[in-house]
Design a binder for this molecule. Structure first.
Ligand code: SF4
Length: 336
C-alpha cells in the first residue's frame, strides 16, 4: 500500500443549534494514500461533506471542529492541520495549493461577474507567484488540459456563457492550478447529466494518472465508487461504519448498511420486473441518535437486546479492512 498522505483521526465536527449541538461528524478515522483514490460514500446528511470541509478548516460558525487530528504528510515534516494557527502559512499553502477542492455546484462556486479566465489567473498567481502574462498562458494551457474547446477564446467567457459541464471543468482547472498532491472532489458530478458525468469522471481519472495525485471523492453513487475507487469508506450518521478496498467492498461487504446499499443498486438484466429493495425508514435526526448502533432501527440483521443497547466496536479484519458491527465482534476487538 502507498504511503499515507492525509490521516484523519477521531475527527468530531458539530453545529450549535437552539436544541443542542448536532454532531455532523462523530469520531471519523480515515487515511488517504499518496496517488490513490479514496471514495467516501453514504446518504445525504451522513457527514461526508463536513468531513471534507473540516480537512481545510472551512467550517464556519455555528459549526466548529471539536476534536481530532488531521495529519498532513505531504511536507518534509508531518503536521496536524487542526493545531495550526489560522494565519499559519502552511494552512494557506494547503488550501488550493497542496490540496485542491472541487464542489458539487460549479455554477455557484464561480463568480458570475468575472470571466473564468480572471478567476483562474487569480488562483494561479496566488499559488505560483507568476506574473499576469505567464499566468494567462498557464490558464489557457490548463483549460486545454481539462478539455475546454477553443481555450484561448473561452478564457474570456463568463460562467453563464458556459454549460454546467464546462463550468465543472473550469473548477477542476482551478483546483489543479498549483499541481496539488491531493484533490478533494465533493460530489462534483451530481448536478450534471449522465453523459457529462461520465466525461468528467474520465477526465479526473486521466488527470490523476498524469499528475500522480491522490483523490478523495465524495459521492452517494456506488456506480461512481466502482469506477473510481481504490479504497472506500462508508459513512452513516457521522461515523465511518466500514472501510475496505473497492474489491473487498463489492465482493464481500461486511456491514449490514453497506450490504443493504449494494442490494438497492439496480443490476442490468437482473432486476427487470421486480421491485428494487430499499433501506426501510430514514436517516435519524443526529440530535436524537438511537441508542446503541445508530443503524439498528433500519438494520435487517439487528440483534434485539444488543444492537439497541451497546455501541458496536470497530472490528479490524486481516488485511486492515474494518467494520463497526457486533456481528463480527469476538469480544476482543477482532473478527468473530
Ligand atoms: Fe446491524 Fe447490529 Fe451491526 Fe448495527 S451492530 S449494523 S444494528 S447488526
Amino acid at each position: 500500500m502507498a504511503e499515507p498522505l492525509l490521516e484523519i483521526s477521531g475527527l468530531r465536527t458539530g453545529f450549535d443549534t437552539h436544541d443542542g449541538t448536532v454532531p455532523a461528524v462523530d469520531g471519523v478515522d480515515l487515511t488517504v494514500h499518496a496517488g490513490k483514490t479514496l471514495c467516501v460514500v453514504g446518504e445525504s446528511g451522513c457527514g461526508k461533506s463536513v468531513t471534507a470541509r473540516s480537512i481545510l478548516r472551512l467550517i464556519e460558525p455555528p459549526g466548529r471542529i471539536e476534536a481530532g487530528t488531521i495529519t498532513w504528510h505531504g511536507d518534509d515534516e508531518p503536521f496536524d492541520v487542526l493545531a495550526l494557527p489560522r494565519d499559519d502559512e502552511r494552512l494557506q499553502k494547503l488550501r488550493g495549493g497542496d490540496i485542491g477542492m472541487i464542489f458539487q455546484e460549479p455554477a455557484s462556486s464561480l463568480l458570475p461577474v468575472r470571466t473564468v479566465g480572471a478567476q483562474l489567473i487569480e488562483a494561479i498567481r496566488i499559488h505560483t507567484g507568476m506574473d499576469k502574462k505567464a499566468a494567462r498562458k498557464r490558464a489557457v494551457e490548463l483549460l486545454a488540459q481539462v478539455g475546454i474547446p477553443n481555450p484561448d477564446q473561452r478564457v474570456d467567457a463568463y460562467p453563464f456563457q458556459l454549460s454546467g459541464g464546462m463550468c465543472q471543468r473550469i473548477m477542476i482547472a482551478i483546483a489543479l492550478c498549483a499541481d496539488p498532491a491531493l484533490l478533494i472532489a465533493d460530489e462534483p458530478t451530481t448536478a450534471l447529466d449522465v453523459t457529462t458525468q461520465a466525461r468528467i469522471l474520465d477526465l479526473l481519472r486521466n488527470l490523476q494518472a498524469e499528475h500522480h495525485m491522490a483523490v478523495m471523492f465524495i459521492t452517494h453513487d456506488l456506480g461512481v465508487v466502482a469506477e473510481l475507487a481504490d479504497e472506500v469508506a462508508v459513512m452513516y450518521l457521522g461515523k465511518v461504519v466500514e472501510r475496505a478496498t473497492v474489491e473487498e467492498l463489492f465482493a464481500d461487504p461486511k456491514h449490514p448498511y453497506t450490504k443493504q446499499l449494494l442490494e438497492s443498486v439496480p443490476v442490468l438484466g437482473r432486476d427487470r420486473g421486480r421491485d428494487l429493495p430499499t433501506i426501510p425508514g430514514a436517516v435519524p435526526n443526529p440530535l436524537h441518535r438511537p441508542k446503541g448502533c445508530s443503524f439498528h432501527p433500519r438494520c435487517a440483521e439487528a440483534i434485539p437486546g444488543r444492537c439497541d443497547i451497546d455501541e458496536p466496536p470497530e472490528v479490524v479484519f486481516d488485511g486492515g479492512r474494518t467494520a463497526q458491527c457486533v456481528l463480527y465482534d469476538d469480544g476482543q476487538g477482532g473478527p468473530a
